[in-house]
Design a protein around this ligand. Structure first.
Ligand code: OSB
Ligand code: MG
Length: 369
């Protein structure tokens, strides 16, 4: 197929509640939505770069520039029939993995619509619903955190992740553990520690946590191997794993025992699948991370999380954990067993609510061949 037009939308959507991590607090969430036209079909992709370079160096601004000036021109009007071919055409751009991932997602959506196959079927997923948890941002106090966690448990979530940062770590995790002795709990530091202050986290090892996510800097596999040696609890890497090669090296170095796969962070669904395959061959558990996606990115995350090696619950919560109004007609809901159903329609299996898309668009660009 040949893509003959791509529209970029800079979206800004209000969150139902603020989301605070060690790198900042947001009340609205930005992203770039891609709308790609080919063969009288339209496919959507979500680039999860945020407004600020807190989680990663990419922002909506950098992704917009890279898409507009490099990636989209390299793709428009070219015969393109697989994610592999797309990745080859994008390889001249170093980095900018979230920008690439958005484009790859749109190609998958188009391919699925062309072939009448769901993304789950194309990726080789083995289940129709996916086990999920909820990621809870930093709260004003441990007491408040427990209240918020309880609200999510009442809704049916059976796994909770809490964000931590120096000064807001052990007490928070202990409070949750005391309130919910049997709950599956994990923590995420988003790179807020270094070897100087990591000892503060030692008491976490007594709490029976599922994992400790990304304690150190993203470019620091080696020191993560030292931290993993200090803890019985598995270290899970998120920010550090930006390619299948780094995933392999992290495992060789024993820098982690679990990997969080976010297709956006690694340059696209195909790269996420490659990391899944590599981990599965070594019996390393993986799970699907989240970036507060719209219904478009959420559908994509659900599809990849159906692969057999995704053995831990994903950060893929119901729509009402994030947005009062989404840009998809479909809203994702939580089943009583803490799962979410995976869309079955062709491609991503979602349709766009044009009114909502227009409402949340703060900038639009149309590029044609
Ligand atoms: O580190 O997993 C993270 C959200 C934005 C950026 C980074 C992260 C997160 C989350 C939220 O933890 C997961 C979700 O989408 O619910
Ligand atoms: Mg994380």
């Amino acid at each position: 197929m040949k893509i003959n037009r791509i529209n970029l939308y800079h979206l800004r959507m209000p969150l139902l509640s603020p989301f605070e991590t060690s790198f900042g607090r947001i009340t609205t969430r930005d992203c770039v939505l891609l709308e790609a036209f080919a063969e009288n079909l339209v496919g959507y992709g979500e680039c999860p770069a945020d407004r600020d370079p807190g989680y990663s160096y990419e922002t909506v601004g950098t992704a917009w520039h890279i898409l507009q000036d490099f990636l989209v021109p390299a793709v428009l009007g070219r015969e393109m029939n697989s994610a592999e071919a797309l990745q080859q055409h994008m390889a001249f751009v170093r980095g900018h993995l979230m920008a690439k991932a958005g484009l790859e997602m749109a190609l998958w959506d188009l391919s699925g619509k062309l072939r009448g196959l769901s993304l789950r079927e194309m990726l080789g997923g083995v289940r129709q619903k996916v086990e999920v948890g909820v990621s809870i941002g930093l709260q004003e106090s441990p007491t408040r955190l427990v209240e918020v966690a309880r609200r999510y448990l009442d809704q049916g979530y059976k796994r909770v992740k809490i964000k931590i940062k120096p000064g807001r770590d052990v007490q928070d995790a202990q409070a949750v553990r005391e309130a919910f002795p049997d709950l599956r709990v994990q923590v995420d530091a988003n790179s807020a520690y270094d070897l100087e202050n990591i000892n503060a986290l030692a008491p976490l090892d007594e709490l029976g946590l599922l994992l400790i996510e990304q304690p150190l800097a993203e470019d620091d596999l080696w020191d993560h191997s030292k931290v993993q040696a200090m803890f019985r609890t598995p270290i899970c890497l998120d920010e550090s794993i930006t390619s299948p090669r780094l995933a392999r090296q992290a495992l060789e170095m024993k820098a982690c025992r679990v990997i969080n796969i976010k297709p956006g962070r690694v340059g696209g669904l195909s790269q996420g699948v490659a990391i899944h395959d590599l981990c599965q061959a070594q019996a390393i558990p993986v799970w699907c991370g989240g970036m507060l996606e719209t219904g478009v990115g959420r559908a994509s995350n659900l599809a990849i999380a159906t692969l057999s090696g995704f053995s831990l619950p994903g950060d893929i919560s119901a729509t009402d954990r994030y947005y009062e109004q989404d840009i998809t007609q479909e809203r994702f809901t939580l089943n009583p067993d803490s799962t979410i159903d995976v869309p079955n329609g062709p491609g991503l299996g979602v349709s766009i609510n044009k009114k909502a898309l227009e409402k949340f668009t703060i900038k639009k660009l149309s590029l044609a061949s």
